[in-house]
Ligand binder design. Sequence first.
Ligand code: NAD
Ligand code: UDP
Ligand code: UDP
Length: 312
Amino acid sequence: MRILVTGGAGFIGSHLIDRLIAGGHDILCLDNFYTGHKGNILKWLDHPSFEMIRHDITEPIRLEVDQIYHLACPASPVHYQYNPVKTVKTNVMGTLNMLGLAKRVKARFLLASTSEVYGDPEIHPQSEEYWGNVNPIGIRSCYDEGKRIAETLTFDYYRQNKVDVRVARIFNTYGPRMLENDGRVVSNFVVQALRGIPLTVYGEGLQTRSFCYVSDLVDGLIRLMNNEYVGPVNLGNPDEYTILELAKAVQDLVNPDAQIKFEPLPSDDPRRRRPDITRAKTWLNWEPSIPLQQGLKLTIEDFRERVAPRNS
Ligand code: NAD
Ligand code: UDP
Ligand code: UDP
């Protein structure tokens, strides 16, 4: 099959491409390198099954493909808030263009949506029936509301134009190839511990997240794409940790002497997050297999090669 991966030079997209090429598919990787890097796909650049297209999805493009994994969108608060108007354009105009493409060539289209559509949830854990609690005018809205309209567009193309769609709601995902400076909690803590500087815990660190290792997530995306269930489907690891517990886990694995420093909680920061993955289990026969300790070890190994201690 010819498969288009938008955002393929990014963190999740590049891991997805590794698996799809190993599965014998031809890959078109489309990316504008906003947060993605050539290094993530370097090993495929000369491969006959791989083609790189440097393009911004807010502009139309004509391609011939069988499936589209639509991942292009900055995912970390630091990056999606750097140019929030652009984040909205990527989610609205970019998703519209990719759905127009899917309609024209009759490709199956998978949207990488997010647990952020649930906002600061009043229901715990979050199941797909929950409609969310999102601030429409806050600093996270360009991303949360952007993804909500991307879901709306996807379901409207499904109903109105019979486009064959799938919607994944991805929960916090971590692993090798996260950017050192992307501001997400796992990469921040690992980099800080390796550099021997204090781990920055925002607020009191009692807010929770559930962390999914990237290989588990990629497995879920591929199952969803190749299954008959449209979704939306939560993909995430249901093991829930406070941010303080995560900091302790990283301390234990990297540097038990690393200090913790408390910093102000950013506005609209969700207090609790854990996926109800009943749908993914039922429809996709999927659940994560890598526990946090094991996933953190693999992530730390990757960062160790990139991050030098501050005094070296
Ligand atoms: P990432 O920032 O590493 O990857 C996003 C990629 O999209 C980058 O390569 C970037 O250059 C590209 N991109 C951004 N805007 C673009 C545009 N206008 N045109 C073309 N390319 C563009 O992020 P990621 O963590 O790999 O996330 C991938 C997808 O998964 C995103 O859609 C994100 O919203 C979703 N997601 C991720 C997480 C997570 O925890 N990582 C959680 C929920 C949802
Ligand atoms: N589009 C695209 N590539 C294609 C087909 C469509 O980028 O192969 C864009 C198209 O330019 C439009 C969007 O997708 O901006 C939606 O296309 P659709 O055909 O659904 O709507 P229309 O063009 O009729 O407004
Ligand atoms: N966080 C933190 N220290 C950091 C980075 C993030 O305590 O250095 C917190 C952040 O406030 C949030 C949680 O960790 O409560 C997860 O943040 P991240 O940006 O990784 O993901 P998201 O908020 O989008 O789930």
